[in-house]
Design a protein around this ligand. Sequence first.
Ligand SMILES: Cc1cc2nc3c(=O)[nH]c(=O)nc-3n(C[C@H](O)[C@H](O)[C@H](O)COP(=O)(O)O)c2cc1C
Ligand SMILES: CCCCCCC(=O)C(=O)O
Length: 372
Amino acid sequence: MSPSPVLLTINDYRKYSERNLIKLARDYYESGAEREQTLRRNEKAFENILIRPRCLRSVENIDTSSDWLNGHKMEFPIGIAPTAFQKMATKDGELSTVRGSAAAKSIMICSSWSTTSIEDIGKEAKICGATIWFQLYVYKDRKVTEELIKRAEKAGVQALVLTVDTPVLGRRLADTINGFSLPKHLKFANFENNQQSAMPKGEAGKSGFMQYVSSQIDPSLDWSTLKWIKSKTNLPVIVKGVMRGDDATLAISAGVSGIIVSNHGGRQMDSAIATIEALPEVVSAVQGAIPVFLDGGIRTGLDVFKAVALGATGCFVGRPILWGLAASGSAGVSSVLGILQSEFRHSLQLSGIRSISELQNDSHVIVHSSKL
Ligand SMILES: Cc1cc2nc3c(=O)[nH]c(=O)nc-3n(C[C@H](O)[C@H](O)[C@H](O)COP(=O)(O)O)c2cc1C
Ligand SMILES: CCCCCCC(=O)C(=O)O
């Protein structure tokens, strides 16, 4: 028997997970839109941000904790972004993610398009002590979305996350070539027994997923939709997919409780700027009124350090969690989060910074180099 490999970094998980994924799933998870410029830029842009470390400041005791939303204390500023169809990565899918999230004391945002129902994830979250938020897509048939909000509330989610960068689906070329559709044994678990549960079968050159989105999802979403969602719930509502200061200001006027700076992991508008490039403008528009989070391209705890230094309350990771799941289920998820957490702590120590507030208040810790 060959010994288990030592997986030290998120990139080790990325490589290792490939062996456990069929091509259809791997392509769906990995893809960005069109020429994948934004997909690459999200990761690359972090390399352009450099650190000016302090010295001779005892870093024996480090506090990595911070408040996220309504006093929720996080031990590390790293959460799990919503990703659809997790049973393509491992048999238990979202249940493994919620267990791994609890083990790492993180937060999991559950996708509307999970392959486990929100009720089942909620039950498991209670058993293992996990905190969950729920991500919303808005259907043309508003009753479907309204119902989802009620069910998520009952299942014990602590916030709703409205995704605003998907009025239509970005074109992912590999999915089109593969004719991507959910494998037959899996389903949209939140829509069982109604017409939203089935994805049309794809064929080479025609993604069934793309057809599903254009037939079901409402492309007329605007700021009034946010008002409508807020009228249906008392939960805090966070918007995911804001990339500009002016939109952040509008979001605050609409009464949101938080913003996630996101370009959907480079899967929607190709050639969009990287999220770490968009962050400073959003932070400056928000002026501390609400928390600003970031996702996209985070592959090390040092990337999290940079985002927090630039004003993010915290970060979410998407694909790294799928790689952890595919490598070894819930243990893989907690290990991926554990790697990011210990790299984050190490970055604080090596730069002479002892807490998140010190990180955010030392305006000299970061410099930007000139070119990507
Ligand atoms: C396979 C996959 C599925 C995703 N599904 C969803 C989803 O259901 N809802 C959503 O709001 N975002 C979804 N996203 C976007 C992520 O929430 C997140 O914005 C992105 O993955 C962050 O980039 P990263 O993968 O580089 O960490 C998905 C991303 C991937 C890669
Ligand atoms: C309305 C767009 C739905 C996309 C759903 C899954 C997802 O976010 C992704 O594949 O990316």
